[in-house]
Design a protein around this ligand. Structure first.
Ligand SMILES: Nc1nc2c(ncn2[C@@H]2O[C@H](COP(=O)(O)OP(=O)(O)OP(=O)(O)O)[C@@H](O)[C@H]2O)c(=O)[nH]1
Ligand SMILES: [Mg+2]
Length: 210
């Protein structure tokens, strides 16, 4: 039987909706939203582009590039959000405080937020900020799924070892609720698993095609 995956179709038709510098500029807070968070340069925009088969989100070799909340709509009810990266040392302090305030305001108030995809560079996982995000997700009961990005930068064995190590650390410190996988944008590795998580959070389960 041919099985159609609705999330794939929706991601392929993703469109840039708007950029918000503050929470009150975000799209109407209804439906389903999934946010992409993580340290600056972790590969948030690249993951988003890979999942949507488009170059919607700007990627950059200069960390700290995404300075606004960028919204992409999948359909009238469903959106993905590229969040500004946190923790880049060279960003001036006032700008850092500005982002942090708005990031916190967004995460703390967004009713339509169904889950957060947290990107960590597989070579530098579990920074202090990552651990704060994990604390927040557990405290606020927000589903979280981790992509260990840039898996192509390590051998398969080394990447797998990191996955098992970080997974064990998270289970011990934050419980069973947080899921984790390897991901590579250029190799398109880990797409199916990530689509599965999005489909689940957005209530779009696989169903047989008509
Ligand atoms: N080899 C490899 N490079 C990657 C991967 N993902 C991202 N990159 C590179 O890492 C750099 C940063 O990627 P971005 O996607 O812009 O990172 P970001 O997290 O959106 O960064 P900010 O917007 O600054 O917070 C770019 O040079 C990307 O090409 C990956 O899976 N593999
Ligand atoms: Mg970005």
């Amino acid at each position: 039987m041919h099985v159609k995956n609705p999330i794939l179709g929706l991601c392929q038709q993703a469109k840039f909706a708007l950029s918000a510098a503050k929470v009150d500029q975000c799209p109407e807070d209804q439906g389903y939203e999934v946010a992409f968070a993580g340290r600056s340069n972790a590969g948030k925009s690249s993951a988003l582009n890979t999942l949507t088969h488009a170059s919607l989100a700007r990627t950059s070799k200069t960390p700290g590039r995404t300075q606004l909340l960028n919204f992409f709509s999948l359909d009238e009810e469903r959106r993905l959000v590229d969040l500004p990266g946190y923790g880049y040392a060279k960003v001036p302090i006032p700008l850092k405080q500005h982002w942090q305030r708005h990031l916190e305001a967004y995460l703390g108030s967004r009713e339509s937020l169904r889950g957060v995809i947290l990107m960590m560079d597989v070579r530098h996982p579990m920074t202090d900020f990552d651990q704060m995000m994990l604390d927040w997700s557990v405290a606020s009961n927000m589903p979280m799924h981790i992509l260990l990005t840039k898996a192509d930068k390590l051998t398969y064995g080394a990447a797998k070892n990191t996955l098992l190590k970080v997974q064990a650390e998270i289970r011990k410190g934050w419980g069973e609720g947080v899921t984790i996988q390897l991901f590579s944008a250029p190799k398109r590795q880990g797409l199916e698993e990530a689509y599965g998580v999005l489909a689940n959070w957005m209530e779009l389960a696989d169903k047989p095609a008509e």
